[in-house]
Design a protein around this ligand. Structure first.
Ligand SMILES: Cc1cc2nc3c(=O)[nH]c(=O)nc-3n(C[C@H](O)[C@H](O)[C@H](O)COP(=O)(O)O)c2cc1C
Length: 289
């Protein structure tokens, strides 16, 4: 029976797991007691019904499109899902969906669901709203592209994105720093200087740490919340050291240093470069924004 009151959120216990299976068309073939408890349907009402019986109108189409695409391809997939119970109440789950393959055929797909943390719930509520809005005026292919670009911008695969949120870790910080782009730019810059010196081009210029692309990006971001962390302070320090160490290497080459002196100078450049990115990785891994 549809309820007249405002829908309530049903909270799943950490020790509970909601399990159901479908055939390859999405018709329910199995539901455990916890599934019945949260959905509000009896087992008899569920068996043979399409699984969209629980579909909540806040869920974007593209999530299910991706889920089915991966499952029918024989792959496991996790997804955050808001489900609607029989009386209109709702509950959020993290679903782990696993196809069962027998003799090369997918015979059954099972979903194991656990509760999700509040950080992921809030993040996904906003993100699903944005995707849903987009889907009102776009095709499913365009919506899938939207999701792909959203993940690309953050430098994350879909699975990494779900994993980070599941651990209560932020996903937007990766986007803001755009770490991989600038990391590669810096490594290329370093390689350029080393190659020029090997080729005896002693006029090669080491720009200062504030005018390289990575340094400019660090300055642009210095008012961000994450720039107040110890990791950020360290990575800025090591970035400046890398430029000093590179300049030192070039100066030594100009002064006719021995190969072993030059090798030592390169070691210093490399160890400071490693420390920049170690701090960057730690920041991205631990920061919650
Ligand atoms: C094993 C399995 C479990 C599923 N669990 C849910 C679920 O809990 N809630 C839901 O809305 N859709 C679930 N689906 C997806 C539905 O089959 C369906 O694609 C979705 O509800 C969208 O319905 P629609 O295509 O009719 O819009 C599940 C699919 C599979 C294969």
């Amino acid at each position: 029976m549809e309820q007249l009151n405002t829908p309530k959120e049903l909270l799943i216990n950490d020790s509970e797991m909601i399990v159901s299976s479908t055939d390859r068309k999405g018709n329910i073939t199995y539901a455990n007691d916890v599934f019945c408890k949260f959905s509000g349907y009896s087992r008899a009402e569920l068996i043979s019904q399409p699984h969209n019986i629980l579909r909540h109108e806040d869920m974007p189409k593209s999530v299910f499109y991706l889920l089915w695409k991966r499952a029918l391809n024989g792959e496991v997939i996790s997804a955050f899902v808001k489900n609607k119970a029989k009386n209109g109440d709702y509950y959020w789950v993290k679903a782990y969906i696993k196809p069962i393959i027998k003799d090369g055929e997918i015979t059954q797909i099972t979903s194991y669901r656990k509760p999700i943390n509040n950080f992921a719930k809030e993040y996904m509520t906003n993100l699903y709203k944005a995707i849903l809005d987009y889907e009102k005026t776009h095709t499913i292919e365009e919506s899938m592209k939207f999701v792909e670009v959203y993940l690309d911008d953050r430098g994350l695969t879909y699975d990494q994105f779900v994993d980070r949120l599941s651990l209560g870790k932020g996903v937007d910080i990766v986007h803001k720093i755009n770490a991989f782009k600038y990391k590669n730019a810096h490594i290329i810059f370093k390689a350029h200087i080393l190659t020029e010196i090997k080729n005896k081009n002693l006029d090669v210029k080491v720009n200062d740490c504030k005018s390289c692309e990575f340094g400019k990006r660090l300055i642009e971001l210095e008012n961000e919340q994450f720039a107040k962390t110890k990791e950020w302070e360290n990575l800025v320090k090591h970035h400046s050291h890398v430029h000093d160490a590179l300049q030192n290497y070039v100066n030594k080459a100009r002064a006719g240093a021995t190969q072993s002196e030059l090798d030592d100078a390169v070691k210093e450049v490399n160890s400071d470069t490693a420390l920049i990115f170690e701090n960057l990785t730690n920041l991205i891994d631990n920061y919650k924004g």
